[in-house]
Design a protein around this ligand. Sequence first.
Ligand code: PLP
Length: 371
Amino acid sequence: MIYLDYQATTPLAPEVAAAMQPWIEEKFANPHSPSRWGSEAAAAIEVARGQVERAIGLNGGSLAFTGSATEALNWALKGTMERVQGRKRIVTVATEHAAVLDTCEWLEARGHDVTRLPLKPDGLVDLDAAKAALDDNVAIVAVMLVNNEIGVIQPVGEIARLAHDVGALMLCDAVQGLGRVEIPDGPDLVAVSAHKIHGPKAIGALWMRKGAEPPPLIHGGGQEQGMRSGTLSPALCVGFGAAAKLASERRLQDEDHVKRLHEAARAILGPTWTVNGSTDHRYPGNLNIRREGLDASRLIADFRDVAFSLGSACASGSGRPSHVLRALGLSDREARSSIRLGFGRYTAAEELADALTRIDAAARAQQDMAA
Ligand code: PLP
């Protein structure tokens, strides 16, 4: 099995599994109980919190663990719209993750106005259009750092400045960027997820600049300083912390490895494949490419031993062409002839070359059959 779907999720790092092990097997105490065992678990969670905060790398805020980045994004958007009275608008981008777009739609149905910014053909936000869309009725601007489908890196720092100029907050979905691309100074709220950085699934976090904290979304036992109730899992928190620490320590090594894989992949695939989205402002561990006339769904179904995808894992089952590729201006036909390849820390150059050579040959064979 060759795994080329790193944007959907990443393999658990062995160091992370080892760090989690005692908290799964022996150390079962509730981290919120005052016993010695509870305090030990609470202390381990605080170490993990610091590790995730350092990987985010922003100052002047605090971090609350959540059940996922989806929860963090829901909390940030719904909470901010509740807190900031008198401002009714949200500004976002058509290529955001469903966790942002669907939450915006939910808010829209409850009386808020949502502006979805247009993109340039390379997938980057048009900053002039962003500036023109902002006014003092905007409560929050939500733009992701690295796109999960096309890997494009948005100018989040500049967008945050534009948001602040009109007194709005900036929310950044940094799920695909954490540990890989520097999060620029500027965002007031940042959502992250452990399973995209070789950590466990079902844990995310929301980093909040002081003064920008949204009111709670989940009510109950008052955990996380009353901001997010629910018993924390020491195993998941410790796993997230270990993954964040490892990503920070291995940043340059991982970056170098991924760049080399990217260059090798482009060389194997050649000019019959077109890259979707900017080739300059892009995280190199993502290669979203199309080939004239390709039936991408058939290609994926033909490869039982290579995992790659059409786009986001959430959209793949729907049969609809990707909203991200459509927002770039691709036709339905072009979107349906696009595949997403994702690789990273544990991808060997040989297995990538093997998979791509076979994918390229199968695509050619499809074309020959059609001719
Ligand atoms: N945002 C982006 C860009 C993602 O890629 C994902 C995961 O697919 C999410 C948000 C949601 O993260 P989670 O799986 O933690 O809910």
